[in-house]
Structure formats: C-alpha cells, structure tokens
Design a binder for this molecule. Structure first.
Ligand SMILES: CC(C)(COP(=O)(O)OP(=O)(O)OC[C@H]1O[C@@H](n2cnc3c(N)ncnc32)[C@H](O)[C@@H]1OP(=O)(O)O)[C@@H](O)C(=O)NCCC(=O)NCCS
Length: 281
C-alpha cells in the first residue's frame, strides 16, 4: 500500500477513522487540518482509510505531527509508515506531537520526548461567566475586527515561537466568537472559539496576564449555545484550570506534548491558556 495525499475532501474518511478509535468525528476540524496541513493516507484499493498522518506547519521549519490508524490494522507498522511518509519532508527542523496516554509510547518510539501536557475539559456550560470589569493593567476585551488580524498573528507568534497565520485564518473562518485584549493601546492577548461540528472549541487563548486569559475563556465559552464546550488547557495555564472547572466543564483526560529536534523553544508558552486542538499544536 502506498501513501496518497489527503485533500480537505478526505475529511469524512478521516472522521470515520477517528470514530473507529472511539473518538468524535470532528469532521469540520479535520477539514481545516487538511486544508492548512499536509496529510497522507493509506488504504487498500477501494477500501476505507487504514491510516493517516498529518503535518501542520508552525512557521517555515517547524510542524505538528498527528497520526491515526485503524484498530483493524493495529500493530502492523502502518502508523509508523504514515508518520515517516510526512516526516521525510525536506527542510523540517523541530516537530511536536500531542498524544493521548495510549499514543505516548508510539510517539516515543518515533524519537519524540515529553515536553509538557495539557488537560481536556468538556461539558455543557453551567452558567455565563461574568467578565471582570477591572482586568490587570487596565486591559479590556473587545470583539476582533478584520483590521486586528496582524496583531492577532503577532501575539500568537510570540507565544508559540512560530508564525501560524494560515492556521489562524482557517480557525477565524469558523469562529463563533473572537476577542482581543487591549491595554494602553497595545494588544496583550486574543482568543477565539469555533465550532468543529460537535463541540464549541475554546482556543487558542493567548494572553500575557493569566487573569486576562481566564476572562477571555469565560466570554468565548458563552457562545456555545446548545453545543458542549471543549477547552484544552496546557499545564502552564493554572488559572484557566480553575476557570473551566467553575464553568461546569469536567476533565476528560490528559494530552502529552512531545517534541523531536530543536523544538519551538523560542515561544512564551506561559502565555497559553487554551489550545485549539492536538493537531494544531
Ligand atoms: C498510535 C497509533 C497511531 C499506532 O498505530 P499502529 O499502526 O498500531 O502503530 P505501528 O504498528 O506503526 O507501531 C509503531 C511503533 O509504536 C509502537 N506502538 C504502537 N502502539 C503502541 C502501544 N499502544 N503501546 C506501546 N507501543 C506501541 C510499536 O510497538 C512500534 O514500535 P517499533 O516500530 O519501534 O517496533 C494508533 O494506535 C492510533 O491511531 N492511536 C490513536 C491516535 C494516537 O494516539 N496517535 C498518536 C498521537 S497523534
């Protein structure tokens, strides 16, 4: 079986593979992921997708790797082949992976080493969070307008140590809510919530001050309507952990962050309060 490229219209096939793993389909998220990333698939002629790997760029040399294989072909080396098919891309320096506990050894076998983790929170919103009037440093929140986009990309770049413009454009294209934190005329944070089909995803949320990040999470989650809200909180985001629990969301498991190569160490990850998705980094 040879790898073949996966275009965004392969999102239903990837979603079906996710469902085989007991996950929600998240078809709309896969459509975004395949649009901004480079995906390869493996399948028998005429058969369903057996495995896939996806590389989402973080700037010119760094990327986030995701691998998914069917329990039908478990342990046959297809996950490794899929990963190696995209990792062979030229010019690649640092790569990171965000793996659930069951995928962690697989990532380590590929040469990745643990560099942190996050906790996934999911649930129906228990109440509407009040946004504090007095945020630190006189910061205030306001909805994002089109002219704010360069500031959003810049704030994101400092925190992640990578330019992620195409990813952010795609997420903002599906945004339910998006906000900017401004203090003294300076952009000090941004946040976005977007629908992946099944859930309202809150993240990325980036802010210099923890309480600003927490305020943004509360406001962004308020757009969930009749969807469950989901927030992936990195361990660096201590205040956010308390805030999402107060919103009525329950922890649904840990996601390890693993890196290979030099990694995006130039970032300021303490400014991350919520992440978009494991495939997005
Ligand atoms: C992780 C996953 C991709 C593995 O797929 P797979 O096709 O069974 O993996 P492979 O047969 O190619 O195994 C590759 C290596 O990982 C090891 N491995 C795979 N699954 C493992 C497990 N559950 N426990 C321990 N080791 C495991 C294999 O022993 C093999 O080691 P080797 O090549 O050094 O001998 C698959 O289980 C999956 O889709 N899980 C859900 C998604 C996920 O966690 N993805 C990884 C993070 S994005």
């Amino acid at each position: 079986v040879r790898p073949f490229p996966l275009a965004p219209d392969a999102a239903p096939a990837v979603a079906a593979l996710a469902v085989e793993r007991g996950w929600l389909p998240h078809e709309e998220a896969w459509r975004i992921a395949l649009a901004v990333g480079e995906g390869v698939g493996f399948s028998e002629p005429g058969g369903p997708l057996d495995a896939m790997a996806l590389l989402v760029p973080h700037g010119p040399g760094d990327a986030v790797l995701s691998v998914l294989s069917s329990p039908r072909v478990s342990g046959q080396g297809l996950g490794r082949r899929a990963a190696e098919a995209v990792l062979g891309r030229t010019g690649l320096r640092g790569v990171e992976m965000h793996a659930p506990p069951a995928g962690r050894t697989f990532a380590e076998r590929l040469g990745f080493r643990a560099a942190g983790s996050s906790t996934r929170f999911v649930g129906r919103l228990a109440g509407v969070a009040k946004v504090a009037a007095d945020l630190p440093g006189g910061a205030s929140l306001r909805p994002v307008g089109g002219a704010d986009f360069p500031a959003v990309v810049a704030v994101d770049e400092v925190a992640f140590g990578a330019t992620r413009r195409p990813l952010l454009e795609a997420l903002f294209g599906r945004a339910r809510r998006a906000c900017l934190a401004v203090a003294g005329g300076r952009t000090v944070g941004y946040g976005v919530s977007w629908s992946d089909g099944e859930q309202l995803v809150v993240g990325p949320v980036v802010a210099e001050e923890e309480s600003v990040g927490v305020a943004m999470i509360g406001w962004l989650a308020g757009g969930a309507g009749d969807l469950d809200a989901r927030v992936d909180v990195p361990d660096e985001g201590r205040g956010a952990l308390t805030a999402v629990a107060a919103l009525g969301l329950a922890p649904r498991g840990r996601i390890a962050r693993l890196v290979r190569g030099p990694g995006a160490s130039a970032g300021r990850r303490e400014r991350l309060h919520a992440l978009a998705a494991p495939w997005a980094g």
